[in-house]
Design a protein around this ligand. Sequence first.
Ligand code: FAD
Ligand code: DHB
Length: 392
Amino acid sequence: MSTSKTRVGIIGAGPSGLMLSHLLHLSGVDNVVIEARSREYCENRIRAGILEYEVAELMRATGLGERMDSVGSRHDGTNFLVNGELHHINFQNLVGKHVMLYSQHEVVRDLIAARLKAGGELIFEASDAAVHDYETGDPYITYTQNGINHRLDCDIIAGCDGFHGICRPAFPAGMIVEYDRLYPFGWLGILAEAPPSLDELIYANHPNGFALLSMRSPTISRLYLQCAPDEPLENWPDDRIWEELALRLGHDGFNLNTGKIFQKSVTAMRSYVAEPMQTGRLFLAGDAAHIVPPTGAKGLNSAIADVAILHRALEAHFKHNDHEALASYTPICLKRIWQIERFSWWMTSMMHKFDNHGPFDARMQTAELNYILTSSAGQMTLAENYVGLPLH
Ligand code: FAD
Ligand code: DHB
């Protein structure tokens, strides 16, 4: 068994683990990231695309803005398509902020590059990670890499290991209360070699179900269709996908650009929160503690918000001997997270087709959309939440 020591042992090299590592490094706090997958896998995992205003600002303030500002694009607003009518919501005019369209895997690439350039320790392809003695002052992590068993002693363990990680299940039995909602639909997502059909996103509510038009670059479109949560991909040959997208996104003057589909997957939709987010010296962040349906574009953003909060508490703990700061981690995060959960649930409820809806529910959904999209107060609510709440 080889042994080493650091201050913060971080499990998971997703956006939350890598950003925490980066922020701690900038504060002079030693840390090590332990990741089950390869670097290549982490850098190519296709997921989210929208960065909230303050998340993008955090990237810039911590030296990660360059590629985001050249390869990504600034979106001052977004579109909602309801009853064939396109409504533009101008975030910039409503709340003076914008969002950035920049892929999650690009954020991950930037973070990995920054950590490696700074001499950071990222351990990829580490199997059998386990956390120990986190209720005492001497926690440690064990893992195996290339057949060699390792022990990493640390002061604090950060569980940034996603929804299926090992940190949340390591909490004492019965301690965590789970709040959970599964939605009766999923999203079929594609990436296609097709120039974006519009310069901003379209969130569409259609009698056949939700559709979303997004993009990755001037030549690549990212598109989603509401489908069954366990929809077999075989049900969706490329022609059917394009037909359905054209139908659900169709409106006056719109022409859907099509092209070669090079990635296709189905994501189930779920809202989930685990409380509390800490026990002893073990802290959860990001998907390890909570997930949202993607309709509000919040998963990645709330993972970054958690670690911004955790970083501040760890900085207070290590640099200023303020040991109370860590005790407030869970309540500070949860207050924000429940706002995010509400917004994501609300957007999901408002934009999707629910098979169990009767005529009254359907009318309520339409009335709510009409109100939100045509009232300045409604638009403001949408814009304020979409661009993101403050990171604390
Ligand atoms: P993750 O990104 O899940 O990172 C966790 C890391 O921990 C992973 O690298 C994993 O390999 C590693 N890990 C897990 N277990 C172990 C272990 N035992 N040992 C070591 N390492 C471990 N959000 C949106 O806003 N919009 C979207 O369109 C969107 N699409 C998504 C599509 C999919 C298929 C999924 C799964 C999620 C999507 N999300 C989306 C959500 C968003 O991507 C997540 O909220 C975000 O990745 C959370 O970051 P994280 O760092 O907390 O967790
Ligand atoms: C994207 C994904 C989302 O869930 C969303 O709400 C907006 C954009 C995307 O992948 O581009």
